[in-house]
Design a protein around this ligand. Structure first.
Ligand code: SF4
Ligand code: SF4
Length: 457
């Protein structure tokens, strides 16, 4: 009879991982992202429990196949589309150079429609019938090209699901009415609960703060359930993330992201918080979001954390594609710049060596075959040291290749915030150990998922 003991022969490779919980330890199979929470006092017993190990072994191939599909088998279904290179703001950490944001290219309505026509034909060939691709108008500031963008939203209403990621400053009452009446997904940006904090990093070219204007827009969006706010966590706002969570919750924002600043360009690197300080502040903000839910019965979902939770409990339900390897850039989505340039992700716009060609010239098939795209779609954690040995490598994914490239001179390095991912995964497993995962997730997150393996003792 073949042995099924852990860590030998054909048995599963199970690694105990301290999650900082008084009663539970995680046991993880790093290759498949399988996990179990085991009472710490029964750890040794569990790791030699033949019935448990046999069940894990029996499902090993299924777990592997599911992860394989998620990592390599998805068709692109979204585009980050920059209809202009211009922006009225000059944020400290922007990934586009200032001269481009002042005088860059601006698509005409005809060019925008031509581009969407090419995208429509591409997705009609590559996506299953009835599946509608997503186009997210992204920046620079897409609403500086509002006339063309709004015309496209109406003209292609049956072909795409649209989203707009905006700095919020040029959204007036008519624009809000236009977008909300069509149920367009709206993402805004705000970095602090007070002008004195958010205006440190988000200002106009003339140095004027925009906090008050963005808060007015958020007030106008109160009650609209299809909006979210991104906060970029930097040294300028780190100590105030919990207050910001309280502020967003008070404005009835349904979803926010507390994203660590991307250190892809020097402006971002200049306000990079220390990894351990970011982790501590972020976990306090998560505590605060749970406290507010307990007090009011209304959730503010912190989407980047919710995604880590989903990566653990329901990998196929995850919504964001940064914390998986390869990341979603160039395989689940791609970016189009205001000249039709194609990139694996917006984060690569403006970086040398990552252009996959042009939508109007070589087209999409050539971009997907390009070295620029394949360098990102083949960037697996298995190629990165120390990530290849990391027990949570499939909950983290070693983001971000653009950041790693600019910080460390190559994409096959970890990004800037390793400890941040470790602490998030520990926190997530503690939340699961206490049965509180739904407090942090969107309602009905599990509508399209099913349980494939469960052992309760
Ligand atoms: S990890 Fe970086 S390159 Fe990949 S999808 Fe996220 S932001 Fe884009
Ligand atoms: S960045 Fe850190 S936490 Fe993420 S996979 Fe690499 S070693 Fe693990």
């Amino acid at each position: 009879m073949q042995s099924t003991l852990a860590d030998g022969g054909p048995g599963p490779s199970l690694v105990p991982w301290d999650i900082g919980h008084p009663d539970y330890t995680a046991v993880i199979e790093p290759d498949t992202a399988f996990w179990s929470l085991v009472p710490t006092r029964q750890l040794t017993e569990t790791l030699s429990d033949e019935s448990f190990l046999a069940q894990v072994s029996a499902r090993h191939a299924d777990f592997q196949a599911e992860l394989q599909t998620l990592r390599f088998g998805l068709a692109p279904s979204a585009v980050y589309f920059n209809p202009t290179e211009r922006c009225n703001l000059n944020c400290t950490y922007c990934y586009l150079p200032e001269r481009t944001r002042l005088r860059g290219a601006h698509m005409s309505q005809t060019q925008l429609f031509d581009a969407l026509e090419i995208l429509r034909e591409f997705f009609a060939r590559t996506l299953p019938a009835g599946e509608r691709p997503q186009v997210i108008f992204h920046g620079a500031e897409p609403l500086l090209n509002r006339r063309a963008v709004f015309a496209a939203i109406d003209h292609y209403a049956e072909d795409f699901t649209f989203g707009v990621q905006t700095n919020g400053t040029v959204l007036n009452a008519r624009a809000i009415e236009f977008l909300t009446s069509r149920r367009i997904s709206l993402g805004l940006s705000l970095d602090g609960h007070l002008a004195g904090i958010s205006d440190r990093t988000r200002r106009t070219h003339g140095g004027r703060g925009v906090h008050r204007r963005v808060v007015e827009v958020l007030e106008a969006l109160r009650g609209y359930d299809n909006h979210s706010v991104i906060c970029t966590a930097t040294t300028a706002n780190l100590r105030h993330l919990s207050e910001l969570v309280t502020f967003f919750h008070g404005l009835e924002v349904p979803t926010c992201m507390l994203n660590p600043v991307r250190c892809t360009l020097s402006g971002g690197a200049a306000v990079k918080p220390a990894d351990h300080e970011l982790s501590a502040a972020y976990l306090r903000a998560l505590d605060r979001s749970a406290e507010l839910y307990a007090q009011t019965g209304r959730k503010l979902v912190v989407a980047n954390f919710a995604n880590i939770l989903l990566a653990i409990i329901a990998p196929t339900a995850r919504r964001l594609m940064c914390d998986i390897s390869p990341c979603g850039g160039g395989r689940c989505f791609f970016a189009v710049d205001a000249r039709g340039g194609l990139f694996p992700c917006s984060e690569f716009i403006g970086l040398d060596g990552f252009s996959g060609g042009n939508l109007f010239e070589g087209g999409l098939d050539s971009a997907f075959g390009s070295e620029a795209f394949s360098s990102i779609t083949t960037r697996t954690v298995e190629r990165i040291d120390p990530c290849a040995r990391c027990v949570i490598r499939h909950y983290c994914g070693a983001p971000c290749p653009a950041e790693a490239n600019e910080l460390h001179g190559g994409t096959t390095h970890p990004g800037a915030f390793c400890q941040f991912y470790e602490e998030q995964a520990r926190y997530a497993l503690r939340v699961i150990a206490e049965g509180r995962e739904n407090d942090y997730l969107w309602d009905n997150w599990d509508a399209r998922t099913s349980t494939v393996f469960e052992v309760l003792q």
